[in-house]
Design a protein around this ligand. Sequence first.
Ligand SMILES: Cc1ncc(COP(=O)(O)O)c(C=O)c1O
Length: 483
Amino acid sequence: MTPDEGNAPDPSRIELSREEMQRFGYRVIDILVEHFSSIADGPAGAKAAPAEIRPRLAGPPSDSPTDPHQLLARLERDVFSNILHVDHPRFFAFVPGPNNFVSAMADALASGFNVFNGTWLGGSGAAALELATIDWFRDFCGFPESAGGLFVSGGSMANLTALYAARRARPGSELPGARIYFSDQTHSSVERALRVIGFAPEQCRKLPSNDRFELPLDALSAAIREDRAAGFQPFCVVANAGTTSTGAVDPLAEIADLCDEERLWLHADGAYGAATMICERGREKLRGLERVDSLSLDPHKWLFQSFECGCVLLRDAALLKSAFQIMPDYLRDVHRGTEETNFADYGVQLTRGFRALKVWLSVNTFGMAAFREAVTRGFELAEFAEKQLRTRRSCEILSPAQMGVVCFRFGQDEQLQTELVDLMLQDGYAFLTSTKLKGVTALRFCTINPRTTEAEIVETINRLERFAASSRARVAGSRTGHL
Ligand SMILES: Cc1ncc(COP(=O)(O)O)c(C=O)c1O
């Protein structure tokens, strides 16, 4: 027996003894508790070079058993230390994932019971709980009783599911002349979804956003008019309920009026922003969201859930069923009860897990008031960051704080902004990423982690300012050196 096999499980049973399960499980919990309670003391993340990390993890699987505690130690050393900590309070990049411990434990339960939530027969209790949770979302988004939906992997799958249902619901949308409208700030997952469901690039009209990065109503209605005059069939508008780059919100109520007049399907991508409907700030900003035909909403973003947790809602849930339901012979036993909801009939997946559990368990544990407050804090932290940035002489605001995002740059040197991203990652204290706004490179703070402190924002800005100054000094020095 090799030393590795000392505490290894019996190879013939793919099973641990009760004591082994407890020892292993408690160790996993200890690692997670340590992670959640001391994350702020460590770096915001690290990226390993492929040449360094790939050989450490490559190789065939072990043919003989290995002590899982040794494997955990290896994972801690090689894997979990080489990821971006999207849940870190100083992680301001992309869209952070500030999940919560109860959500993570819910995933362990869902996985441990291996809940099958594709059919009512497979998981009636889980399906009932998912329906109840979807009802919460339906209610806080202001949708009618007819609305419903399901949990999916994330915003990309939510957009795909909604747009496919839209296509199936609207006659004419299958024609090559069908046209879809959205702004140049729309998330790439919308374009990818349209590609997957069979729309050609010329059917997708990506309209330039205005100086607030919103879809301009006049350009939208002009494009629809032009297309009708040219014999095309306008079919759908995709509006943003919080863009990824700047948090911009398209004029939802006005777009809803236009879609009513033009009889167009209105889908809102609220993957980032729609969860803010739980608080006053979000409801103000997203006025009109309750009128859309379909909506993407990601609890794994601004509702503090572990990945993967997205949600798609349709104003008329029956349209999801007519788009996706197929009744094969081998599922004949699941389609007998008309009162029963088979989630497989409402989306792409048959075997699907129990994503609703983490939402249900964490929301009930902490209470909705805590979630409202945590979401509101995201708005306030971005506003605080903007105020701080405005006090720095070399900093320019490129998009003011809205929906938890503020964009800015230090000086006008394009390369410097990218360099600052790299320098921050090397430094490790905090991490943020860049985007392009009207061709200009901008740094972004996305401040949806309620555990971020004001002092951490100030210190992050201090470091950015310091790195920018020393980079400029270095460049100036090398120029002088060349003279
Ligand atoms: C506005 C928006 N839509 C869609 C998505 C895609 O969501 P996911 O990455 O969960 O698939 C994102 C992700 O950041 C987003 O910000």
